[in-house]
Design a binder for this molecule. Structure first.
Ligand code: FEO
Length: 399
């Protein structure tokens, strides 16, 4: 990725990771970018770096604008390795004594990543740094995405460097929201669902603080994906909606199957839900990624989980997905369980237990069918789907 100008004296000098398909378990079928920002003023600041293996590309990109050795300040908004892996190389090249602005927790965490005695400058929430014509303000944003996260705001230009927030795992030919238009939103939504869903309370608080401070954003620069310059308010409004756990009249049927019996049940349940006028989408766990499924779960009212019983237990992919979903803490959902079994049939109980632990409102004790569902069995599945569909209608109308 060539460096490009965002505003007068402000550049994205980051890199594209076109080929990454698995970002610590998140399926990134469009790759991603690690954005890093150079602010050229009387003093020169670099905001964030990139993954370790791209450090040379970052230095090369900076060199196309200024000699990297002329950088006066490094700012690290977030210590996760996709933004700091390149830091040792950058520091060693530009000078280990350069001041490194970071949150207090960031200093602690980065010291544990790299064990380097850098010239740390841990900042207070709201602390400012003048670069000459521009002033930067540092804002603490704990848990967006780690306890060390912070934002950096350019007061005069109203430009926000938002770290992971408002990002997307997307590498494409477009650089800005006005180039990709609304096609960026599925990527932003997937990012929110897989990375930020469990921090919705923090996001709501942050939005309140931003309102109270009267902060305005002309441009939002996340560390992943495209830059929001045309309509930054659109992504802010989307974050407000997503952090409120607003659900649509939609049910996601997540399942795995051994000999197609649970699959047939899933499809009939989906038909029953659909016949009530509720969107229904069956998602087979070995055909759809966890990341895509949780993205659909985020704005679905009902989450219907199907598992065969294997060795008196859940089917492994179902157990895996339930663990993933539990960690991300989706809220205000209706839950239901179903599955085919041979002789013991524990899976339904086990699914229900997990859904209850997630505080889902269970439809009932679930639906299980022994071995292969016959005509009557499939009819029962369809009726079960109708029951779920009606519950979705009731709750979405009530909500
Ligand atoms: Fe892009 Fe939390 O790192």
């Amino acid at each position: 990725m060539n460096p490009y100008k965002i505003a007068e004296g402000i550049y994205n000098v980051g890199v594209a990771d076109w080929n990454i398909r698995d970002f610590h378990g998140y399926s990134t079928d469009k790759g991603t970018t690690y954005n890093a920002f150079l602010i050229v003023d009387d003093k020169i600041a670099l905001v964030d770096t990139v993954k370790k293996e791209f450090a040379d590309q970052l230095l090369n990109n900076i060199s196309q604008i200024v000699d990297p050795k002329k950088i006066d300040y490094i700012i690290s908004n977030h210590t996760e390795m996709d933004h700091t892996g390149g830091l040792p190389k950058v520091m060693s090249y530009i000078g280990e004594d350069k001041p490194l602005y970071i949150s207090k927790m960031g200093k602690k965490n980065l010291s544990l990543h790299f064990r380097q005695n850098w010239n740390y400058h841990p900042v207070e929430n709201g602390e400012e740094l003048s670069l000459g014509k521009r002033t930067l303000t540092f804002l603490e944003t704990r848990m967006l995405h780690w306890p060390d996260s912070m934002f950096t705001y350019v007061n005069e230009d109203k430009i926000l460097f938002s770290s992971d927030a408002f990002g997307q795992h997307y590498a494409g030919p477009e650089k800005f929201d006005d180039e990709i238009k609304d096609a960026v939103f599925p990527h932003a939504k997937a990012y929110f669902a897989n990375i930020l869903l469990l921090y919705t309370k923090k996001i709501q608080k942050l939005m309140e603080t931003v309102n109270k401070l009267g902060l305005e954003f002309n441009i939002i620069c996340p560390d992943h994906g495209i830059i929001w310059r045309k309509n930054p308010e659109k992504i802010i409004n989307a974050y407000i909606k997503w952090s409120n756990h607003e659900a649509e009249k939609k049910a996601i049927i997540i399942y795995d199957t051994m000999w197609h019996s649970t699959e047939h049940m899933a499809e009939k349940i989906a038909e029953g839900i659909d016949s009530e006028g509720v969107m229904a989408k069956p998602m087979h766990l070995r055909s759809c990624s966890r990341s895509d499924i949780i993205t659909e779960v985020m704005d679905a009212k009902a989450v219907v989980v199907g598992s065969p019983t294997l060795n008196n237990n859940l089917f492994p992919t179902v157990a895996d997905f339930l663990a993933y979903m539990k960690g991300l803490k989706p809220m205000n959902k209706i839950g239901a369980a179903f599955g085919s079994y041979g002789w013991s049939g524990e899976s339904i109980k086990l699914v229900n237990k997990e859904l209850e632990a997630m505080k889902f409102e269970l439809i009932d004790n679930g639906l299980k069918i022994q071995y292969v569902p016959d005509g009557d069995g499939l009819k029962t599945c369809s009726e079960y789907g109708k029951k779920i569909g009606r519950a979705v209608l009731q709750q979405t109308m009530a909500g």
